[in-house]
Ligand binder design. Sequence first.
Ligand SMILES: [Fe+2]
Length: 326
Amino acid sequence: MTQSSLVSESPLWAPSERLITHLRHVDLAVPDYDKQLKFYTETWGLSAETTDTGISFLAAEGSPEQYSVRLRKSDQKRLDLVAFGAASPADVDAMAARLIASGVQLVTEPGIMNTPGGGYGFRFFDNDGRTLEVSCDVAVRKHRKVEEGESIPVKLSHVVLNSPNPEQTVAFYQRHLGFALSDTLGHPHMGEVMWFLRTNSFHHSIAIARGPHVALHHASFELRGLDEYMRGTGRLLRAGTEKIWGPGRHLAGNNTFSYFLDPHGNTIEYTTELEELDEDTWHPHLYDFSDPEVTDQWGTANPMDELVASQSFNDPDKGCFVAPPV
Ligand SMILES: [Fe+2]
């Protein structure tokens, strides 16, 4: 197996040059808003920090982010937005200027934001037409330490995106946004299928998956530790939430996983212990995921087969190159 020439194995931006500091939130639009809100608050364990008619901002108790998930009522199910943080208005402006110079289409110019916590940011389309946001100076939410045994999300861990042109999409995030390749999953017959990308020392904040269409692959939430992750997995199972894969521990990123479907068929994950790596010495691996030790080091998860894989293809996203209304 060889890596596509579009994908760069070594970082194109040095860590000190990066303008994106971290992942902030993932925003979903859904037709059955009430059911979705009830699931994400009462079952998944997020807190409805701010709600209005048809829109809600859901915080993870352990996170200083104003919100980790935004839900919006819409006739069309779609991924509204993936949001990233920057360190300063100067960095936000520099990111926007770089994108404009590279011919990337902005949705909004850098400016004051009206979402909870305010701040300064802008939106743009990635190469597949997803809306992304980069912002800074958002007020810090009064968060708290998640206690021992408490099986609720501490924070949003990572977001994985399906793309029918994954090599181009990986190249976009590397070239324009400064993400670095941490590892790749490949298969002797399928070639490369997933690329893990970092924007700080965590193994991945974003991953790009080869899929039949543009869609959210999954959003992952960090639990406090192994015990809380297992308690959360069990709590979801007892609640009758459809589990598609897990519990287990991946080799790439060394994080644990339990994947479930939300009421609209989006895959969401409980994880913990995502690897932090030494960026100065790290070299990306190309792992063969036909080896069961690669998908699950523990051997506790149901086997990764075509059915499991296809459940996270999700529905074709209705929001490509259409910015969300709010
Ligand atoms: Fe994940």
